[in-house]
Design a protein around this ligand. Structure first.
Ligand SMILES: *Cc1c(COP(=O)(O)O)cnc(C)c1O
Length: 398
Protein backbone atom coordinates (compact mmCIF):
# COMPACT_ATOMS: atom_id res chain seq x y z
CA UNK A 1 0.00 0.00 0.00
CA UNK A 2 1.75 3.11 1.22
CA UNK A 3 5.02 1.47 0.28
CA UNK A 4 3.83 1.73 -3.30
CA UNK A 5 2.63 5.34 -3.34
CA UNK A 6 -0.28 6.85 -1.63
CA UNK A 7 -2.14 7.70 1.44
CA UNK A 8 -2.57 6.11 4.77
CA UNK A 9 -5.74 6.03 6.76
CA UNK A 10 -4.88 3.51 9.43
CA UNK A 11 -5.90 5.96 12.15
CA UNK A 12 -8.86 7.35 10.28
CA UNK A 13 -7.02 10.37 8.91
CA UNK A 14 -5.76 10.80 5.40
CA UNK A 15 -2.28 12.15 4.94
CA UNK A 16 0.64 11.42 2.65
CA UNK A 17 2.85 8.64 3.98
CA UNK A 18 6.53 9.18 4.52
CA UNK A 19 7.08 7.05 1.38
CA UNK A 20 5.00 9.39 -0.76
CA UNK A 21 6.60 12.42 0.89
CA UNK A 22 10.14 11.13 0.31
CA UNK A 23 9.39 10.14 -3.27
CA UNK A 24 7.93 13.58 -4.02
CA UNK A 25 10.98 15.18 -2.41
CA UNK A 26 13.32 12.92 -4.41
CA UNK A 27 11.58 13.93 -7.62
CA UNK A 28 11.57 17.65 -6.76
CA UNK A 29 15.29 17.62 -5.92
CA UNK A 30 16.31 15.13 -8.60
CA UNK A 31 17.69 12.88 -5.87
CA UNK A 32 18.59 9.21 -6.30
CA UNK A 33 15.57 7.53 -4.76
CA UNK A 34 16.74 4.79 -2.43
CA UNK A 35 13.62 5.31 -0.33
CA UNK A 36 10.99 3.34 -2.16
CA UNK A 37 11.54 -0.41 -2.54
CA UNK A 38 10.78 -1.32 -6.12
CA UNK A 39 13.21 -2.63 -8.77
CA UNK A 40 14.30 -0.27 -11.53
CA UNK A 41 14.60 -3.12 -14.02
CA UNK A 42 11.69 -5.38 -14.93
CA UNK A 43 11.54 -9.13 -14.35
CA UNK A 44 12.45 -11.81 -16.92
CA UNK A 45 11.25 -11.19 -20.46
CA UNK A 46 9.95 -14.75 -20.91
CA UNK A 47 7.57 -14.26 -18.00
CA UNK A 48 6.38 -10.94 -19.41
CA UNK A 49 5.92 -12.60 -22.82
CA UNK A 50 3.82 -15.31 -21.20
CA UNK A 51 1.43 -12.61 -19.93
CA UNK A 52 1.30 -10.98 -23.39
CA UNK A 53 0.52 -14.37 -24.88
CA UNK A 54 -2.21 -14.92 -22.28
CA UNK A 55 -3.86 -11.62 -23.25
CA UNK A 56 -3.70 -12.58 -26.94
CA UNK A 57 -5.19 -15.99 -26.33
CA UNK A 58 -8.11 -14.81 -24.24
CA UNK A 59 -7.24 -14.67 -20.53
CA UNK A 60 -9.15 -11.42 -20.16
CA UNK A 61 -12.29 -12.14 -18.12
CA UNK A 62 -12.76 -12.86 -14.41
CA UNK A 63 -10.67 -15.83 -13.41
CA UNK A 64 -12.05 -18.15 -10.69
CA UNK A 65 -12.25 -16.42 -7.29
CA UNK A 66 -9.63 -18.74 -5.79
CA UNK A 67 -7.28 -18.32 -8.76
CA UNK A 68 -6.83 -20.41 -11.90
CA UNK A 69 -6.23 -24.11 -11.18
CA UNK A 70 -2.87 -23.99 -12.99
CA UNK A 71 -1.55 -21.29 -10.66
CA UNK A 72 -2.94 -22.93 -7.51
CA UNK A 73 -1.20 -26.16 -8.53
CA UNK A 74 2.08 -24.44 -9.18
CA UNK A 75 1.91 -22.62 -5.81
CA UNK A 76 1.29 -25.97 -4.08
CA UNK A 77 4.12 -27.54 -6.04
CA UNK A 78 6.43 -24.61 -5.15
CA UNK A 79 5.71 -25.04 -1.42
CA UNK A 80 6.38 -28.78 -1.67
CA UNK A 81 9.58 -28.47 -3.69
CA UNK A 82 11.15 -25.69 -1.60
CA UNK A 83 9.89 -26.51 1.88
CA UNK A 84 8.26 -29.94 1.93
CA UNK A 85 4.86 -28.37 2.67
CA UNK A 86 2.02 -30.53 1.34
CA UNK A 87 -1.07 -28.59 0.17
CA UNK A 88 -4.33 -29.43 -1.55
CA UNK A 89 -4.49 -26.86 -4.37
CA UNK A 90 -8.29 -27.04 -4.35
CA UNK A 91 -8.81 -26.14 -0.70
CA UNK A 92 -5.58 -24.89 0.79
CA UNK A 93 -4.39 -22.29 -1.74
CA UNK A 94 -5.94 -18.88 -2.47
CA UNK A 95 -4.62 -16.46 -5.10
CA UNK A 96 -4.85 -12.79 -4.07
CA UNK A 97 -4.21 -9.28 -5.38
CA UNK A 98 -0.63 -9.27 -4.12
CA UNK A 99 0.50 -10.17 -0.65
CA UNK A 100 -1.17 -6.95 0.49
CA UNK A 101 -4.65 -8.33 -0.12
CA UNK A 102 -3.70 -11.68 1.40
CA UNK A 103 -2.59 -9.89 4.58
CA UNK A 104 -5.72 -7.74 4.70
CA UNK A 105 -8.12 -10.61 4.03
CA UNK A 106 -6.37 -12.84 6.59
CA UNK A 107 -6.38 -10.27 9.39
CA UNK A 108 -9.95 -9.18 8.63
CA UNK A 109 -11.01 -12.84 8.66
CA UNK A 110 -9.30 -13.69 11.95
CA UNK A 111 -9.24 -10.64 14.20
CA UNK A 112 -11.74 -8.05 15.35
CA UNK A 113 -12.51 -5.73 18.25
CA UNK A 114 -11.21 -7.17 21.53
CA UNK A 115 -8.58 -9.31 19.79
CA UNK A 116 -4.89 -8.57 19.83
CA UNK A 117 -2.58 -8.99 16.89
CA UNK A 118 1.12 -9.19 17.71
CA UNK A 119 3.75 -8.01 15.22
CA UNK A 120 7.43 -7.33 15.35
CA UNK A 121 8.44 -3.67 15.50
CA UNK A 122 9.48 -2.07 13.17
CA UNK A 123 6.72 -3.48 10.95
CA UNK A 124 5.60 -3.19 7.33
CA UNK A 125 3.08 -0.37 7.08
CA UNK A 126 0.19 -2.40 5.67
CA UNK A 127 0.30 -4.72 8.68
CA UNK A 128 -0.56 -1.90 11.08
CA UNK A 129 -3.16 -0.41 8.74
CA UNK A 130 -4.91 -3.75 8.34
CA UNK A 131 -5.01 -4.44 12.08
CA UNK A 132 -6.59 -1.00 12.52
CA UNK A 133 -9.14 -1.71 9.78
CA UNK A 134 -10.08 -4.94 11.55
CA UNK A 135 -10.66 -2.98 14.76
CA UNK A 136 -8.18 -5.21 16.59
CA UNK A 137 -5.46 -4.01 18.96
CA UNK A 138 -1.89 -3.95 17.73
CA UNK A 139 0.73 -5.23 20.18
CA UNK A 140 4.37 -5.02 19.15
CA UNK A 141 7.62 -6.79 20.02
CA UNK A 142 10.85 -4.96 19.26
CA UNK A 143 13.63 -6.16 17.00
CA UNK A 144 16.88 -5.00 18.55
CA UNK A 145 19.97 -4.20 16.47
CA UNK A 146 23.22 -6.00 17.29
CA UNK A 147 26.21 -7.21 15.31
CA UNK A 148 24.34 -10.26 13.99
CA UNK A 149 21.38 -8.19 12.81
CA UNK A 150 18.13 -6.95 14.28
CA UNK A 151 17.14 -9.76 16.66
CA UNK A 152 13.89 -10.76 18.29
CA UNK A 153 13.49 -9.72 21.93
CA UNK A 154 12.26 -13.13 23.05
CA UNK A 155 11.23 -12.04 26.56
CA UNK A 156 9.17 -9.23 25.10
CA UNK A 157 7.56 -11.72 22.73
CA UNK A 158 6.62 -14.06 25.55
CA UNK A 159 5.12 -11.19 27.52
CA UNK A 160 3.23 -9.83 24.50
CA UNK A 161 1.55 -13.12 23.59
CA UNK A 162 -1.38 -13.71 25.95
CA UNK A 163 -4.86 -15.24 25.95
CA UNK A 164 -6.02 -12.11 24.12
CA UNK A 165 -3.67 -12.78 21.20
CA UNK A 166 -5.63 -13.97 18.21
CA UNK A 167 -2.89 -13.67 15.58
CA UNK A 168 0.88 -13.38 15.55
CA UNK A 169 1.73 -11.62 12.28
CA UNK A 170 5.29 -12.53 11.35
CA UNK A 171 7.39 -11.16 8.50
CA UNK A 172 10.54 -13.01 7.51
CA UNK A 173 12.76 -12.05 5.72
CA UNK A 174 11.83 -8.79 7.39
CA UNK A 175 11.13 -5.38 5.90
CA UNK A 176 12.58 -2.89 6.89
CA UNK A 177 15.42 -4.53 8.87
CA UNK A 178 16.53 -7.29 6.47
CA UNK A 179 16.42 -9.81 9.32
CA UNK A 180 15.96 -13.45 8.39
CA UNK A 181 14.50 -14.92 11.57
CA UNK A 182 16.65 -17.78 12.89
CA UNK A 183 15.44 -21.27 13.75
CA UNK A 184 15.57 -20.30 17.45
CA UNK A 185 13.53 -17.15 16.93
CA UNK A 186 10.94 -18.99 14.87
CA UNK A 187 10.78 -21.70 17.53
CA UNK A 188 10.06 -19.08 20.20
CA UNK A 189 7.28 -17.56 18.10
CA UNK A 190 5.82 -20.99 17.34
CA UNK A 191 5.75 -22.10 20.96
CA UNK A 192 4.11 -18.81 22.02
CA UNK A 193 1.43 -19.35 19.35
CA UNK A 194 0.81 -22.92 20.52
CA UNK A 195 0.74 -21.82 24.16
CA UNK A 196 -2.26 -19.50 23.60
CA UNK A 197 -3.75 -21.25 20.56
CA UNK A 198 -3.10 -18.27 18.27
CA UNK A 199 -2.92 -18.33 14.48
CA UNK A 200 0.38 -17.33 12.88
CA UNK A 201 0.05 -15.28 9.71
CA UNK A 202 3.38 -15.02 7.97
CA UNK A 203 4.43 -12.57 5.28
CA UNK A 204 7.19 -14.24 3.29
CA UNK A 205 7.37 -12.03 0.18
CA UNK A 206 11.19 -12.02 0.38
CA UNK A 207 11.38 -15.82 0.83
CA UNK A 208 13.82 -16.22 -2.07
CA UNK A 209 15.86 -13.07 -1.48
CA UNK A 210 18.26 -14.28 1.22
CA UNK A 211 22.03 -13.90 1.19
CA UNK A 212 25.28 -15.54 2.34
CA UNK A 213 23.84 -19.05 2.15
CA UNK A 214 21.00 -18.27 4.55
CA UNK A 215 17.78 -20.13 3.88
CA UNK A 216 14.28 -19.03 4.66
CA UNK A 217 12.25 -21.28 6.95
CA UNK A 218 8.46 -20.94 6.74
CA UNK A 219 6.95 -21.05 10.25
CA UNK A 220 4.39 -23.55 8.86
CA UNK A 221 7.16 -26.17 8.73
CA UNK A 222 7.72 -26.09 12.50
CA UNK A 223 6.20 -28.85 14.67
CA UNK A 224 2.49 -28.32 15.33
CA UNK A 225 2.37 -25.21 13.17
CA UNK A 226 0.91 -26.34 9.82
CA UNK A 227 -2.58 -26.45 11.32
CA UNK A 228 -2.37 -22.92 12.73
CA UNK A 229 -0.40 -21.01 10.09
CA UNK A 230 -1.43 -18.95 7.08
CA UNK A 231 1.57 -18.50 4.80
CA UNK A 232 1.59 -15.49 2.47
CA UNK A 233 3.83 -14.68 -0.44
CA UNK A 234 3.76 -12.95 -3.80
CA UNK A 235 5.42 -12.95 -7.19
CA UNK A 236 6.21 -9.23 -7.04
CA UNK A 237 9.54 -9.32 -5.21
CA UNK A 238 10.59 -12.81 -6.37
CA UNK A 239 10.32 -11.98 -10.07
CA UNK A 240 10.79 -8.18 -10.05
CA UNK A 241 7.19 -7.73 -11.22
CA UNK A 242 5.80 -5.67 -8.36
CA UNK A 243 3.07 -4.08 -10.49
CA UNK A 244 1.42 -7.38 -11.36
CA UNK A 245 0.09 -7.96 -7.86
CA UNK A 246 -0.22 -11.73 -7.97
CA UNK A 247 0.03 -13.03 -4.43
CA UNK A 248 -1.25 -16.00 -2.49
CA UNK A 249 -2.08 -17.38 0.90
CA UNK A 250 -1.86 -21.05 1.81
CA UNK A 251 -2.82 -23.04 4.90
CA UNK A 252 -5.48 -25.25 6.46
CA UNK A 253 -8.73 -25.47 4.46
CA UNK A 254 -10.94 -23.95 7.22
CA UNK A 255 -8.69 -20.90 7.54
CA UNK A 256 -8.43 -20.47 3.76
CA UNK A 257 -12.22 -20.72 3.61
CA UNK A 258 -12.52 -17.82 6.07
CA UNK A 259 -9.99 -15.72 4.17
CA UNK A 260 -11.73 -16.43 0.87
CA UNK A 261 -15.02 -15.17 2.31
CA UNK A 262 -13.37 -11.78 2.93
CA UNK A 263 -11.31 -11.71 -0.27
CA UNK A 264 -14.49 -12.24 -2.24
CA UNK A 265 -15.67 -8.75 -1.30
CA UNK A 266 -12.31 -7.00 -1.42
CA UNK A 267 -11.42 -7.74 -5.06
CA UNK A 268 -13.22 -11.05 -5.74
CA UNK A 269 -10.52 -11.86 -8.29
CA UNK A 270 -7.96 -10.23 -10.56
CA UNK A 271 -4.88 -10.38 -12.77
CA UNK A 272 -6.30 -12.80 -15.37
CA UNK A 273 -3.36 -12.70 -17.83
CA UNK A 274 -0.74 -12.57 -15.08
CA UNK A 275 -1.93 -15.72 -13.36
CA UNK A 276 -0.85 -18.17 -16.11
CA UNK A 277 2.44 -16.30 -16.51
CA UNK A 278 3.20 -16.61 -12.78
CA UNK A 279 2.13 -20.27 -12.85
CA UNK A 280 4.93 -20.84 -15.34
CA UNK A 281 7.38 -18.58 -13.48
CA UNK A 282 6.93 -20.58 -10.27
CA UNK A 283 7.66 -23.88 -11.99
CA UNK A 284 10.29 -22.81 -14.54
CA UNK A 285 11.84 -19.72 -12.96
CA UNK A 286 14.36 -21.10 -10.45
CA UNK A 287 17.36 -19.96 -12.50
CA UNK A 288 15.95 -16.43 -12.70
CA UNK A 289 15.40 -16.40 -8.95
CA UNK A 290 18.96 -17.55 -8.32
CA UNK A 291 20.31 -14.84 -10.63
CA UNK A 292 18.30 -12.15 -8.84
CA UNK A 293 19.43 -13.36 -5.44
CA UNK A 294 23.06 -13.31 -6.56
CA UNK A 295 22.90 -9.87 -8.10
CA UNK A 296 21.01 -8.45 -5.13
CA UNK A 297 23.67 -9.79 -2.76
CA UNK A 298 26.33 -7.96 -4.80
CA UNK A 299 24.30 -4.76 -4.78
CA UNK A 300 23.79 -5.10 -1.04
CA UNK A 301 27.56 -5.38 -0.57
CA UNK A 302 28.14 -2.33 -2.73
CA UNK A 303 25.70 -0.15 -0.79
CA UNK A 304 26.77 -1.47 2.64
CA UNK A 305 30.38 -0.65 1.81
CA UNK A 306 29.48 2.81 0.50
CA UNK A 307 27.42 3.61 3.58
CA UNK A 308 30.18 2.44 5.93
CA UNK A 309 32.82 4.43 4.05
CA UNK A 310 30.62 7.49 4.52
CA UNK A 311 30.46 7.05 8.28
CA UNK A 312 27.17 5.21 8.83
CA UNK A 313 26.91 2.29 11.15
CA UNK A 314 25.15 -0.43 9.20
CA UNK A 315 23.45 -3.70 10.11
CA UNK A 316 24.14 -6.07 7.22
CA UNK A 317 20.79 -7.51 6.09
CA UNK A 318 20.43 -11.26 5.66
CA UNK A 319 17.74 -10.79 3.03
CA UNK A 320 15.23 -8.44 1.36
CA UNK A 321 15.74 -5.26 -0.67
CA UNK A 322 16.83 -3.11 2.27
CA UNK A 323 19.66 -2.05 4.53
CA UNK A 324 19.20 -0.03 7.71
CA UNK A 325 21.85 2.45 8.75
CA UNK A 326 22.34 4.52 11.89
CA UNK A 327 22.62 8.20 10.94
CA UNK A 328 23.80 9.31 14.40
CA UNK A 329 27.12 10.75 13.10
CA UNK A 330 25.15 13.16 10.89
CA UNK A 331 22.65 14.37 13.47
CA UNK A 332 22.74 17.86 14.96
CA UNK A 333 20.36 20.25 16.74
CA UNK A 334 18.97 21.16 13.31
CA UNK A 335 18.72 17.54 12.17
CA UNK A 336 17.87 15.79 15.42
CA UNK A 337 16.68 12.37 14.25
CA UNK A 338 16.32 9.95 11.37
CA UNK A 339 13.09 11.53 10.14
CA UNK A 340 14.73 14.97 9.94
CA UNK A 341 17.80 13.41 8.36
CA UNK A 342 15.67 11.68 5.70
CA UNK A 343 14.01 15.01 4.92
CA UNK A 344 17.37 16.76 4.72
CA UNK A 345 19.33 14.15 2.76
CA UNK A 346 17.95 14.95 -0.72
CA UNK A 347 19.14 18.55 -0.26
CA UNK A 348 22.43 17.62 1.39
CA UNK A 349 23.55 14.83 -0.90
CA UNK A 350 20.90 14.19 -3.56
CA UNK A 351 19.76 10.86 -2.10
CA UNK A 352 16.41 9.82 -0.66
CA UNK A 353 15.90 7.25 2.10
CA UNK A 354 13.16 6.65 4.68
CA UNK A 355 13.38 6.84 8.47
CA UNK A 356 12.93 3.53 10.29
CA UNK A 357 10.61 5.35 12.72
CA UNK A 358 8.06 5.36 9.85
CA UNK A 359 7.79 1.61 10.49
CA UNK A 360 7.21 2.09 14.22
CA UNK A 361 4.36 3.35 16.36
CA UNK A 362 4.66 6.95 17.44
CA UNK A 363 6.46 7.12 20.75
CA UNK A 364 6.97 3.36 21.19
CA UNK A 365 10.18 2.07 22.81
CA UNK A 366 11.26 0.71 19.41
CA UNK A 367 10.60 4.08 17.75
CA UNK A 368 12.80 5.72 20.40
CA UNK A 369 15.53 3.11 20.15
CA UNK A 370 15.62 3.36 16.35
CA UNK A 371 14.95 7.11 16.05
CA UNK A 372 18.34 7.74 14.41
CA UNK A 373 18.03 4.90 11.88
CA UNK A 374 17.13 5.15 8.20
CA UNK A 375 16.41 2.56 5.52
CA UNK A 376 17.96 2.48 2.05
CA UNK A 377 17.00 0.11 -0.76
CA UNK A 378 19.60 -1.58 -2.95
CA UNK A 379 17.14 -2.99 -5.51
CA UNK A 380 18.41 -0.46 -8.06
CA UNK A 381 20.80 -0.83 -10.96
CA UNK A 382 24.46 -0.83 -10.05
CA UNK A 383 25.03 2.48 -11.88
CA UNK A 384 22.32 4.09 -9.74
CA UNK A 385 23.87 2.74 -6.55
CA UNK A 386 27.32 3.96 -7.63
CA UNK A 387 25.88 7.42 -8.26
CA UNK A 388 24.34 7.38 -4.78
CA UNK A 389 27.60 6.26 -3.20
CA UNK A 390 29.52 9.02 -4.95
CA UNK A 391 27.01 11.52 -3.59
CA UNK A 392 27.41 10.08 -0.08
CA UNK A 393 30.98 11.32 -0.36
CA UNK A 394 29.58 14.87 -0.44
CA UNK A 395 27.78 14.21 2.79
CA UNK A 396 31.01 13.30 4.54
CA UNK A 397 32.78 16.31 3.05
CA UNK A 398 29.88 18.66 3.86
C1 LIG B 1 6.34 -5.35 -0.82
C2 LIG B 1 5.80 -6.02 0.40
C3 LIG B 1 4.49 -6.52 0.43
C4 LIG B 1 3.51 -6.26 -0.68
O1 LIG B 1 3.47 -7.29 -1.59
P1 LIG B 1 2.49 -7.17 -2.87
O2 LIG B 1 2.55 -8.50 -3.45
O3 LIG B 1 3.07 -6.10 -3.75
O4 LIG B 1 1.15 -6.77 -2.38
C5 LIG B 1 4.06 -7.18 1.57
N1 LIG B 1 4.88 -7.34 2.63
C6 LIG B 1 6.12 -6.85 2.64
C7 LIG B 1 6.97 -7.06 3.84
C8 LIG B 1 6.63 -6.16 1.54
O5 LIG B 1 7.86 -5.64 1.58
Amino acid sequence: MAEATGLTSADGTTRPTIFAEMTALAQATNAVNLGQGFPDSDGPEWIREAAVEAIRTGANQYPPGRGIPELRSSIAEHQLRHYGIVLDPEREVLVTAGATEAIAASILALAGPGDEVVTLEPFYDSHAATIAMAGASHVTVPLVPDTSGFRLDSEALDAAVTERTRVILVNTPHNPTGTVLSADELGIIASAARRVDAVVVTDEVYEHLTFDGRTHTPPATLPGMAERTLTISSSGKTFSLTGWKIGWVTGPAELIEAVTAIKQFLTYTGGAPFQPAIARALTEGDADIAALRESLAQRRDLLVEGLRASGFEVVVPGGTYFVCADATPFLSPDVPDGAAFARALPGLAGIACVPVSAFCRDGSPAADALSSWVRFTFVKEEATLLRAIERLGDLRAG
